[in-house]
Design a binder for this molecule. Structure first.
Ligand code: NIG
Length: 404
């Protein structure tokens, strides 16, 4: 079957984030159906059914947002206000959201999550992950996973988000590793654990990771967010695809992460543990920003994600994360864009064709990859940092379809 071809041409700056990190001027991209079939100089472009004139503007891969908690109801403005007045974040608010989420109907939860996804798309996101984690009992985690699978590209099981009020931590961990895991399994690809003081201990986290690995899930870890801890070490030990937050790292943590990349040959099978930095969360919780520069310099692959959730980071804006990473984390704009596109894909193992589920790669503009692109209202990606806070997303294509 021949697919309709679209040629996006007259691109002022094309930041491909491909294997060679190419940035092309006066470029064009041809896509047929959902697949990118040609990338190169505009004056050598093949003919197409439809010509789209980029008008000299910049084109980037769509953002790949690899860390979110979108399945929730309720509001935590009061907690945020208290934090801005000097309170510290201690994760207890998860219980507030759990109560509101349990009280919401399936339809309400799906509508709320879909609205958040639409908001993300309008800012250039074309692939996103979401976690469960505000159900915290078997039925509410199960329905959270089922709803998540309807609205997100990949779903992570986070029954191990917080021990619910009144529950015994060891018994709850047994539940997470047993009946709850079995209930969510049809809808999830990944499992995660919040390994932090006040959430799950190293030993409990280890039990969760072991059980989820045995069930065939890929692994991720929330680690080293609120203080030094065992999260990074556990993530490396278990070969997790990512460890997220990474605010408090010592030299051993950084070396351990770097070690996972030393023999990397670019394939999915040899990929190490991505350090996912969440700058919007760091600012909203007044934590030190994750050390993105230090991690990159040590040879660690990093991702940037929005971490949209009602407690620590109520934003879907990947441009905001990229801007912050460039202005405050010591990354160049190119590095920040790479972390928010290809880095996110790497963290979700969708950066090559050798991914978990045999689907097209995302996060870079290369032949054979999914046609996920965004057109900026700017001549170059530098404007994301040069014009902070200005809505620069002009058009978004997801799998070759204009979605915004
Ligand atoms: O990634 N750190 C744990 N989980 C979320 C926040 C959850 C909440 O406070 O509702 C995060 O920041």
């Amino acid at each position: 079957m021949t697919m309709r071809s679209q040629l996006l041409s007259n691109i002022g700056e094309l930041m491909t984030q491909d294997a060679e990190h190419r940035v092309l001027r006066n470029a064009a991209v041809l896509f047929e159906g959902e697949r990118i079939s040609w990338v190169g100089a505009a004056d050598r472009a093949p003919a197409a059914d439809e010509l789209i004139d980029a008008g000299g503007r910049a084109v980037l891969p769509g953002w790949v947002d690899s860390h979110n908690h979108l399945i929730f109801a309720g509001d935590r403005t009061a907690e945020f206000e208290a934090r801005m007045a000097g309170e510290t974040y201690a994760a207890g608010g998860i219980a507030v959201t759990t109560e509101a989420t349990r009280a919401a109907s399936d339809q309400e939860l799906e509508e709320l999550a879909s609205a958040r996804v639409a908001e993300a798309i309008s800012q250039g996101t074309t692939f996103l992950e979401t976690k469960t984690g505000y159900g915290l009992d078997v039925e509410n985690e199960r329905r959270s996973a089922q709803i998540a699978a309807k609205v997100a590209d990949q779903v992570t099981y986070l029954g191990a988000h917080l021990v619910p009020a009144g529950a015994d931590a060891e018994e709850y961990t047994d539940l997470v590793c047993g009946p709850m895991l079995a209930a969510v399994l049809p809808w999830v690809q990944w499992a995660d654990v919040f390994c932090e003081r006040g959430a799950f201990t190293e030993e409990q986290s280890r039990r969760v990771l072991e059980a989820c690995r045995k069930a065939g899930l890929g692994l991720r870890v929330h680690g080293n967010q609120l203080g030094p801890g065992a999260g990074v070490r556990l993530a490396v030990e278990f070969g997790a695809a990512s460890v997220d937050h990474v605010n408090y790292l010592d030299d051993q943590d950084v070396d351990a992460l770097a070690g996972t990349w030393s023999a990397w040959d670019g394939s999915a099978t040899s990929a190490g543990t991505v350090a996912t930095c969440l700058p919007a969360c760091d600012l909203s919780t007044r934590q030190p920003l994750a050390p993105g520069r230090r991690l990159l310099d040590a040879g660690v692959q990093i991702a940037l994600a929005s971490n949209c959730n009602p407690g620590t980071s109520f934003t879907t804006s990947m441009p905001y994360c990229v801007t912050t990473a460039a202005l405050q984390m010591g990354l160049s704009v190119h590095e920040a864009v790479r972390a928010a596109t290809w880095g996110g894909a790497l963290a979700l193992r969708r950066h090559t064709g050798e991914d978990l589920d045999g689907k097209r790669a995302v996060g870079s503009i290369a032949v054979g990859h999914r046609a996920d692109l965004q057109l900026l209202e700017a001549p170059s990606a530098t404007h994301l940092a040069y014009r902070p806070g200005v809505p620069l997303t002009r058009a978004v294509w997801r799998a070759g379809e204009l979605v915004w």
